[in-house]
Ligand binder design. Structure first.
Ligand code: CP3
Length: 368
């Protein structure tokens, strides 16, 4: 019994950089795990804050953002702590104002729809993130120490240029992104250069912001292309991909050893175009079978994903089975980071998240 307890303690003790090593494609003896939206309203501890304080206050006040980043790690011991923030957080550095409104979601009040609007945006070359987003250095600095003490990694993140452009252009979540598509077509027929210019500005800002997060302590950066589902493969190739590649390149040229993970939500119908993003690891959504994703991306590319988030509403056995299936289909430990195929959903039973994390840490693959 004592041996069993000891083994338990050992498996929960954490492995400081297992996530980083897997993202770089290095050998690991078990599959690391973190979950998109691991800090969220499914946790009652989180709701103590989200019921009381608006999103921007929570994410831009260091003491609160730090506490909200750590809660889920204390509860479940994931292999990474992700900064509590948002992909929209750096937009004010370009003069784009936003809020997150209860019941609606993100709302962006600055209109960016044509060449004149784009020309009015702040000059990206001059952004001093310590001046415009002073809370980031404090949040990541403290989390960096906390992560070291907890023997785990610190994850930073940015939104990809196309996703931030379309959020801004639409002003809020949008079913068809028609304004954005019209701007893309205007660029295409030569009557405007607004979309290309806007994407380029965003790519520079986002690349520099990723570097800033690394300078403040982040050890890995995930790039969220959350609106990839809006794009055909051709539109992805023409607009989203070059802009994301540019942002990733800025990060990798300055910090070649820091792994970058690229996640195109809804982009699994054009996974083959993502092999050359310049990212170290490709994250896949839950709509593609992991074995198929591995086949398309090939044996060498590290993959993150992709358990269906609704599985967490199932039984303990179903959750554990889904974890084992995902690990086996990805090729066993190594070149795989277990994650959901999108964020943890509101209403997810808290204990279910623990079952998923524990099974991932326990399971060494079907040949072990
Ligand atoms: O735990 C983590 O993953 C870290 C924190 C995180 C948040 N947003 C916190 C947050 C991360 C990584 C994000 C990224 C983000 N934000 C994405 C990319 C991931 C994805 O879902 O594809 C997107 C598209 C956004 C934009 C955004 N911000 C949305 C759609 C919402 C939800 C709006 C709502 O009312 O439900 C937000 C606000 C937000 N960001 C919440 C959280 C936990 C929920 C609102 C709240 O806490 O008040």
């Amino acid at each position: 019994e004592a041996a069993a307890v000891q083994e338990d303690v050992a498996s929960n003790a954490g492995d400081r950089d297992i996530l980083i090593r897997a993202a770089r494609g290095e050998q690991v003896d078990r599959t690391p795990v973190w979950l998109m939206r691991q800090a969220g309203r499914y946790m009652s501890d989180f709701r103590q804050y989200s019921d009381k304080y608006p999103f921007r206050e929570r994410s831009e006040t260091p003491s609160m953002a730090i506490e909200l980043s750590l809660q889920c790690h204390r509860a479940y011991g994931m292999d990474g702590i992700i900064m509590f923030s948002d992909i929209l957080t750096p937009l004010p550095t370009l003069g784009i104002e936003f809020d997150v409104v209860k019941g609606i979601g993100p709302v962006i009040s600055t209109e960016v729809r044509n060449d004149e609007d784009v020309a009015k945006l702040a000059d990206v070359a001059d952004v001093d993130f310590d001046k415009t987003l002073p809370f980031i250095r404090e949040i990541l600095g403290t989390l960096s120490k906390e992560a070291e003490e907890a023997n785990t990694s610190l994850i930073g993140f940015v939104g990809a240029p196309f996703t931030l452009a379309s959020y801004t252009i639409e002003g809020k979540s949008s079913k068809h992104c028609l304004r954005t598509k019209k701007m893309m077509m205007a660029d295409d027929d030569g009557s405007s250069t607004a979309m290309a210019t806007f994407l380029d500005k965003l790519a520079t800002m986002i690349g520099n912001y990723g570097c800033h997060q690394i300078e403040c302590g982040a050890q890995v950066i995930q790039v969220f292309e959350s609106w990839a589902h809006q794009l055909s493969p051709k539109q992805f190739e023409q607009f989203a991909k070059p802009a994301a590649q540019k942002a990733i390149k800025i990060i990798k040229e300055k910090y070649p050893d820091v792994p970058v993970i690229y996640f195109a939500n809804g982009g699994s119908s054009y996974l083959e175009c993502q092999r050359d993003m310049g990212a170290d690891m490709i994250a896949v959504d839950w709509s593609v079978d992991m074995a198929e994703a591995r086949k398309i991306l090939g044996p060498d590319i590290p993959i993150s994903g992709n358990v269906d988030p609704t599985i967490l509403f199932g039984t303990k056995e179903q959750i554990e089975e889904a974890v084992r299936e995902c690990i086996d289909k990805a090729g066993g430990p190594g070149k795989h980071l277990l994650n959901l195929g999108h964020g943890v959903m509101q209403g997810t039973p808290e204990e279910a998240v623990g079952w998923l994390v524990d099974e991932c840490k326990r399971y060494k693959g079907k040949d072990a």
